[in-house]
Ligand binder design. Sequence first.
Ligand code: C2E
Ligand code: CA
Ligand code: CA
Ligand code: CA
Length: 279
Amino acid sequence: AKSQGGQRYAFFDESLKQQLLNRVQVEADLRTAIKENQFILYYQPQVDLAKGRVTGLEALIRWQHPEKGLIPPNAFIPIAEQTGLITTLDTWSLREACRQLKEWQAAGLADVTVSVNLSAQQFQDSELLPLVATVLSETGLRPEHLDLEITESCAMSSPACAISIMQALTELGVSISIDDFGTGYSSLAYLKQFPIETLKIDRSFVMNIESDDKVASLCDSIAHLAHRLGLRVVAEGVETEEQLKFLVSSACDSVQGYFFSKPLPVASVLQFAHSFAWQ
Ligand code: C2E
Ligand code: CA
Ligand code: CA
Ligand code: CA
């Protein structure tokens, strides 16, 4: 078998070697990027359907590479997770998002919350609580204006542990959203115990609302379930008017997606939020 497959193994080894080299290269680049402050945040508006205005902004990290240009998070977050650099990035995102919202508030942006994504590593880090407390006091942002997004799979990987972390965060006054909801395996028993405010329906469902009736009724069920648990529902990845109409009929509270706006660079956010009106 070895002699027959030698060619293939060699090829496989070659591509593994490439992957490893790429990983080593990206890791080295990431360390430089951290030292040289090459990251920026974009902000994607969340539109409250009842209020018809922007009530949330999700902070989404990008890497402004000196040669390669703007690199999306999917190209470096997995490597940052594998190398442990993710907690440095998450800490930066948290601090920067809070600082930025405080600046926008001073410029007249009222009643808007900023949502920051937390990796599983950052969520479970014993330094998270003191970090959030420090960032809030350093920036002067009120805790009710900060929302932390953790994925469903992160919350469910160790639910008992997640509950106590969430409780401590909630005591600080920040709110918690369960991100990418529907892609993991939630236990209702735990969902009821999580001190969370929001469920975010994953884009993989929203994008199939028009093409698949089962997916549509699933979205509808998630929205009803969330409301019965006293939670807010945000649908992510809303791209079309048909999706929006369906989500309105399902009593979804807020939507986020290209239909209203792509993630925006800092310079475009105030103008968008102030001039936005729906219905
Ligand atoms: P996510 O938290 O699920 O964020 C939503 C992603 O969907 C964003 O991709 C956003 O640009 C994209 N999106 C929003 N609306 C639409 C739409 O209508 N259509 C389509 N096709 N896409 C839409 P982005 O910015 O590339 O971020 C990807 C992921 O990277 C995020 O997924 C999040 O998991 C992660 N991420 C971003 N910033 C951070 C961060 O500061 N820390 C951590 N740990 N993860 C981050
Ligand atoms: Ca998110
Ligand atoms: Ca999401
Ligand atoms: Ca998602």
